[in-house]
Design a protein around this ligand. Structure first.
Ligand SMILES: Nc1ncnc2c1ncn2[C@@H]1O[C@H](COP(=O)(O)OP(=O)(O)OP(=O)(O)O)[C@@H](O)[C@H]1O
Length: 361
């Protein structure tokens, strides 16, 4: 650490100690960025270059995320959750490419049209991203405090001591010894501590849209419960709009207000979490829930979803991407992408559900 950084960290510690309120200075280094933003994803298509050509990992997804909500995205591995999340930051890397659509974030406009400094500033200051717990997203060579300062400098923050105070306040808010963590390197922190540092780094510049990618994967049950509680509390206290990616429906049930279920790069069902899990309409959502003993209610009845999720190479080019595993498969599923139909407060993309509604009408 440079002398300058050490001095800044010491100074912020001394100031916090004399103010007596380490946790109460959220966002002191910049003005209040306003209410939580809404997000509107329209017809988003993201492709990856493969030996078979460019194939879609996200195929024409439309999704509205209401301001101030915690929205979960669930689905099996490879369903496109992370690719969708990265698109919200316009951060898809080669061999991936955003091939079409828009991502409107309140206060920012279409994120897919931002580039260069504008994009860099939007990330961090408006859009905070927390990487998967299993990944070591921290720089192993620098203390956490130094990384906070680097982040502040790269975003042109004038009041770096205030930024460090905010970082410390956030860490303490999450039950950590803020000063100690700021002085620590990654290897000195447990998985749960690192995850809290990730949340702090995503929020310390006052981002109001928080995107968390599998925030509790690879953590033990107790630490997982702590992180979920923290996510809920920080979401509420800081007035965030939060998007949380998880393959664990139990985690989604515990934390989210709304839930989007992804399969083969499509959102197949979306609505209030209670409705999606309590009265699943899409056969894929039904299968997912049946496979979880604690949600299906009867461990003896829990049944694994038959078959395997598609890869980019096996994804059908037309028709319904779920049809190979679907108990309700119809002829039209071979050729035509299912329409999105409203089922009470949800939207569901399924021919069988659409046909059922027509019959009842
Ligand atoms: N860099 C890449 N090159 C080629 N294909 C990729 C790349 N990254 C992802 N994919 C493919 O895109 C699809 C969607 O992947 P993505 O990681 O978005 O899914 P996911 O639902 O987040 O999965 P997981 O839960 O395993 O992270 C998968 O078929 C995956 O193999």
């Amino acid at each position: 650490m440079t002398m300058n950084a050490t001095r800044l960290l010491r100074r912020s510690r001394a100031e916090s100690a004399s103010s007596g309120s380490p946790g109460g200075t959220a966002g002191a280094h910049r003005p209040d960025p306003g209410p939580p933003p809404g997000v509107r994803v329209r017809d988003l298509t993201v492709v990856y270059k493969t030996p078979l050509g460019e194939l879609p990992a996200v195929g024409g997804v439309s999704l509205t995320i209401a301001p101030g909500t915690i929205t979960g995205i669930v689905g099996e591995s490879g369903s496109g959750k992370s690719t969708l999340a990265l698109s919200l930051l316009n951060a898809v890397q080669p061999p991936g490419r955003i091939a079409g659509g828009s991502v409107e974030v309140d206060g920012l406009g279409d994120v897919l049209r931002l580039a260069g400094d504008e994009l860099r500033h939007a990330r961090g200051r408006r859009l905070g991203y927390v990487f998967q717990a299993a990944q070591n997203s921290l720089n192993p060579l620098k203390t956490v405090g130094k990384q906070v300062l680097d982040l502040g400098r790269s975003h042109g923050v004038d009041d770096l001591p205030a930024l460090v105070r905010d970082a410390r306040g956030l860490l303490e808010r999450m039950g950590l010894d803020g000063a100690r963590v700021l002085d620590s390197h990654q290897h000195e922190l447990s998985g749960g501590m690192r995850q809290r540092v990730g949340i702090m780094l995503a929020l310390v510049l006052n981002a109001r849209l928080a995107i968390l990618d599998e925030p509790t994967t690879a953590l033990d049950m107790i630490t997982q419960a702590t992180i979920l509680r923290i996510v809920r509390e920080v979401h509420k206290e800081r007035g965030l709009t939060t998007l949380m990616i998880t393959h664990d429906i139990g985690v989604a049930a515990e934390v989210t207000d709304r839930l989007a279920v992804m399969y083969g790069g499509r959102v197949v069902e979306h609505g209030p979490t209670m409705d999606v899990l309590g009265a699943p309409a899409h056969p894929y959502t039904q299968g997912l829930i049946r496979a979880i003993p604690r949600l299906s209610g009867d461990p003896a009845q829990a049944r694994a979803l038959p078959g395997r999720p598609p890869t980019l190479g096996t994804l059908p080019a037309r028709g319904c991407v779920f049809r190979e595993r679907c108990p309700l498969r119809m002829e039209i599923c071979e050729t035509t992408e299912p329409p999105r139909v409203a089922v009470e407060e949800k939207t569901v993309a399924c021919h069988a559900v659409a046909a059922g509604r027509e019959e009842r009408a």
